[in-house]
Design a protein around this ligand. Structure first.
Ligand SMILES: *[C@@H]1O[C@H](CO)[C@@H](O)[C@H](O)[C@H]1NC(C)=O
Ligand SMILES: *[C@@H]1O[C@H](CO)[C@@H](O)[C@H](O)[C@H]1NC(C)=O
Ligand SMILES: *[C@@H]1O[C@H](CO)[C@@H](O)[C@H](O)[C@H]1NC(C)=O
Ligand SMILES: *[C@@H]1O[C@H](CO)[C@@H](O)[C@H](O)[C@H]1NC(C)=O
Ligand SMILES: *[C@@H]1O[C@H](CO)[C@@H](O)[C@H](O)[C@H]1NC(C)=O
Length: 409
């Protein structure tokens, strides 16, 4: 099962200054990555009964639509959201926050739908079986962990045709607006809200939004044999949905909007590609590693021979709150919207049998952020939105529209 990582894994370490060194590093990393994967699995193997490594089955609040209203003509803007004062509630700010009550949560989880014909609707929702979310205590948090001895932090450029068109890397998609996203159903893509909406208006680019999925295509070159190459297959987006929490309301405090920086895109047709299941972020993500693959603008443009590339990285979590994950996984613009996933074992007796490893998307990569930490000091983090049980209920509703399918995970 683990062979794939050691087998023919063609990767490059970003930052290697010259070709000879790249080659040397490539071999070293190749080896180290295999060792890492084996080492992780060995640790896991010794902890068969340790809950930390299992997906926990849980029941979820149920989200029901109460009312859908047409909105006035949708406005589009060229202005991206760069963050405004009061736009972001940092670690210090979040630790002072009281948990949201049901009414507040229902308001934030109401959502807007942008249809293909340019019309927009707002849907009000209600939550059943809502239990006030407990607050993750991050005030005396483990500050930045030491980097893994394996040199694990850092990005890997994956250009091997086989790997980038196969699971799990193939679940990473590119948006025509320049962001990344992740396939979470045969025709749904999870991405960041900021990739399509600036908090007040939709982005101009979101009008004719398209999603690119890498697939192998046979190319015939004159005088040479047929070659299979990964190329983007673009699909139009039929509908986008984003939570009310992301949208500015002059009368309300907007400091929570970064907690709602996610959106779901429904494609016009199925991609035929394997997708990654959605999950609820474990209570303590910092015990394991998070992973994500994306199309970073600096590294995933075509190489000289016209081959597409995917950028992959994994790292441990530095800090987390109820709604956000702070980490130092390296990433550049273009990675925004990427699906952050963890790999844990299925619960005994659960679907897929005991102990089967499963990857699930538990967050959305938002981008780089200066964060005010506990002591008032500003520190740099890369931030991802956590999928909480209520957010899961909402996104599941967007995908399936059937509460029966979203009752538990
Ligand atoms: C499970 O593993 C974690 C991380 O290695 C460790 O902190 C915890 O004590 C373990 N729990 C049990 C019950 O073995
Ligand atoms: C909410 O809490 C009650 C009692 O603690 C529990 O029975 C129920 O399963 C919980 N619901 C959810 C969705 O967690
Ligand atoms: C929508 O348009 C109507 C009439 O033009 C106006 O009265 C109303 O305030 C507008 N609503 C919003 C949310 O802009
Ligand atoms: C636009 O599309 C939506 C969803 O398909 C539909 O309900 C609505 O009536 C359409 N509006 C117009 C003006 O065509
Ligand atoms: C918004 O809420 C945060 C946290 O609750 C608080 O620190 C901040 O002062 C509030 N801002 C305004 C304008 O009310």
């Amino acid at each position: 099962m683990l062979n794939w990582a050691c087998h023919k894994f063609s990767l490059k370490w970003i930052g290697a200054p010259n070709r000879a060194l790249t080659m040397a590093l490539q071999h070293t990393l190749y080896f180290l990555l295999c060792v890492t994967v084996l080492a992780i699995s060995a640790v896991h193997g010794d902890n068969d009964n340790n809950k930390t490594y299992f997906w926990i089955e849980q029941s979820l609040p149920i989200l029901l639509e109460t009312n859908t209203m047409p909105l006035n003509s949708t406005s589009f803007s060229k202005q991206k959201r760069d963050g405004e004062p009061g736009d972001f509630c940092g670690i210090e700010c979040q630790s002072n926050q009281r948990p949201l009550d049901q009414t507040q949560q229902e308001r934030l989880l109401g959502y807007e739908t942008l249809h293909e014909n340019g019309t927009c609707t707002h849907t009000y929702i209600t939550l059943l079986d809502f239990n006030q979310t407990h607050v993750i205590d991050n005030t005396h948090g483990h500050t930045r962990r030491k980097r893994q001895v394996y040199g694990a932090d850092g990005r890997f450029v994956i250009s091997d045709s086989y790997f980038i068109t196969n699971y799990p890397f193939s679940t990473a998609v590119r948006l025509s607006t320049g962001c990344s996203g992740v396939l979470v159903s045969p025709k749904h893509v999870l991405t960041a809200a900021r990739c399509i909406h600036n908090g007040r208006d939709y982005l101009e680019d979101a009008k004719k939004l398209k999603v690119g999925v890498l697939q192998l295509k046979t190319k015939r070159r004159r005088g040479s044999r047929r070659q299979e190459q990964p190329v983007f297959r673009w699909t139009r987006v039929k509908e986008t949905k984003l939570p009310q929490g992301w949208i500015y309301k002059a009368s309300l405090n907007n400091s929570l909007s970064s907690d709602y920086n996610y959106a779901l895109l429904e494609l016009k047709r199925r991609t035929g590609q394997k997708y990654m299941d959605l999950g609820v972020a474990p209570d303590d993500t910092s015990k394991g590693r998070i992973h994500f693959s994306s199309f970073d603008t600096d590294k995933s443009h075509l190489d000289g021979r016209g081959k597409e590339k995917v950028v992959y990285r994994f790292c441990s979590v530095a800090k987390e709150s109820n709604d956000l994950i702070y980490q130092h996984c390296d990433a550049q613009t273009g990675a925004t919207g990427a699906g952050v996933y963890v790999r844990l074992r299925g619960e005994a007796g659960g679907e897929g049998g005991k102990g089967k490893w499963q990857r699930r998307v538990i967050g959305v990569y938002s981008g780089h952020q200066w964060v005010k930490a506990d002591n008032g000091e500003e520190r740099e983090y890369n931030v991802a939105v956590r999928i909480t049980p209520t957010k899961y209920a909402q996104i599941c509703h967007w995908i399936h529209g059937d509460p029966k399918l979203c009752k538990k995970i």
